[in-house]
Write a protein that binds this ligand. Structure first.
Ligand SMILES: Cc1cc2nc3c(=O)[nH]c(=O)nc-3n(C[C@H](O)[C@H](O)[C@H](O)COP(=O)(O)OP(=O)(O)OC[C@H]3O[C@@H](n4cnc5c(N)ncnc54)[C@H](O)[C@@H]3O)c2cc1C
Length: 386
């Protein structure tokens, strides 16, 4: 029997496996990471590459290693004179150095050896632990960590039927997104006002004519929630609050639909140079034309027809009772707050031997729960709060 089965080999699952083994003293032989992809971090890397992201939004202290200065040191040793590795303000790492550092940590600590290929489909209590039924095996473990992240791209209602008809529409965070499908010189509409929309609009600009459609004016903000949520300044009052109040605080603290400074500036420059169009409005309806284009009706009644639509509308927050965990929640009466999210204890335990991180732990870890900082905060719950 394993000691720990971590379900999900993304940033959270990989970092927390590293913490368990190299910080909490759990034997590597007794830990496995279950993930359906060929490599750890594959889902995250693919989505980050899809967007054309050049720099992370988070800073150099947020990465998958344990020592917070590890990424900075790695960058300095590897390419000491390359100033493109980081961007001000806050010394944010380039995607390139971040990914190289992830691989360095995975190789150094042989984390890839922990990877078990598969998708968890069901969880059952057994004597002394849990049995995780996957698409190909039944795995027994004393403890389970749910590190499944958010996986479902948010598809607006008007786009759903068109996608089913194979209309020229893709979501940039879909694992199958492929820019090669957007032919050269195509007129492309990018839908969304957040950083992924900004990044993919900039990437598509070379070779395509791009219109960015946002519901609100472009908004610049360094982070998607204030850094005060990474420490006691904000987290103390969060931890003291009741769950309905915590849910309200999460809503107030997060700033989706905002752009980091570099992306904001590049978009403004492109718009001023006439290389990109900005349309403030909302799509309310869409149809496919006879020549396989997409005709979109905007909220002001105007109609715009384009060759291709790229959705950059984020990943959907799905309550766990609407996922593969539904039966487990019901069978073992796992506690949920009114908002449908797990009630965990301060060690992130949902039930005996069952733990969660990422957005599943947001009522415990706060607004940055799903971010890289959230993975690090989860790790600290295990080794700092003994
Ligand atoms: C494009 C992009 C850029 C981002 N940039 C930043 C940034 O700069 N800074 C920051 O802090 N945050 C950033 N984020 C947010 C966040 O850090 C990432 O989403 C991060 O990947 C979350 O890690 P995770 O491990 O929870 O989820 P994921 O990386 O999505 O990993 C979860 C894994 O679990 C697997 N899984 C899901 N269900 C099952 C199951 N039933 N069985 C087995 N495996 C399963 C998935 O296949 C996936 O491989 C970004 C997000 C995106 C999409």
């Amino acid at each position: 029997m394993l000691d720990w089965l971590i379900i999900g080999g993304g940033i959270h699952g990989t970092h927390l496996a590293h913490v368990l083994i190299n910080q909490c003293g759990v034997s590597a032989a007794a830990v496995r990471i279950l993930d359906p992809h060929a490599r750890l971090l594959q889902a995250w890397s693919k989505r980050a590459e899809n967007t054309g992201m050049r720099y992370l939004r988070s800073t150099r202290v947020h990465h998958i290693d344990i020592n917070s200065r590890s990424l900075e040191r790695f960058g300095q040793e590897k390419q000491p004179y390359d100033s493109n590795l980081w961007i001000d303000p806050y010394y944010r790492p380039s995607l390139e150095i971040f990914k190289e550092h992830c691989q360095h940590v995975i190789d150094t600590y042989q984390l890839q050896d922990l990877h078990t290929h598969g998708q968890a489909l069901a969880l059952h209590r057994v004597r002394n632990g849990w049995r995780v039924d996957t698409d190909s095996a039944k795995l027994k473990t004393r403890k389970v960590l749910l590190a499944t992240g958010r996986q479902k791209p948010f598809i607006p209602d008007w786009a759903d039927p068109l996608i089913k008809q194979n209309a020229p529409i893709q979501h940039v965070l879909d694992m199958t997104f492929d820019m090669q499908h957007v032919s050269n010189e195509a007129q492309v509409m990018v839908i969304g006002g957040g950083i992924s929309a900004g990044q993919i609009a900039l990437k598509l600009m070379s070779g395509h004519s791009v219109t960015l459609v946002t519901r609100h004016p472009l908004r610049q903000l360094d982070f998607d929630s204030s850094p005060c949520w990474l420490g006691p300044a904000c987290m103390d009052s969060f931890e003291e609050a009741q769950y309905p109040r915590r849910r309200w605080m999460l809503g107030e603290a997060r700033h989706p639909g905002t752009l980091a400074q570099d992306v904001y500036k590049d978009i403004h420059t492109a718009i001023e140079a006439g290389e990109m169009l900005l349309h403030q409005g909302e799509v309310v309806n869409a149809n496919m034309t006879n020549d396989n284009r997409v005709s979109l009706t905007m909220v002001d009644g105007s109609i715009v027809t384009v060759d291709y639509v790229v959705l950059a509308t984020g990943l959907q927050a799905v309550q766990p009772k609407h996922t593969w965990l539904a039966d487990t929640i019901k069978r073992y009466n796992l506690p949920l707050a009114d908002c449908g999210y797990p009630i965990l204890d301060e060690k992130l335990r949902w039930a005996k031997g069952l733990y969660a991180t990422g957005s599943l732990a947001e009522l415990e870890l706060g607004p940055a729960a799903a971010n890289i900082a959230g993975a690090r905060a989860a790790g600290r719950r295990w080794y700092e709060r003994e």
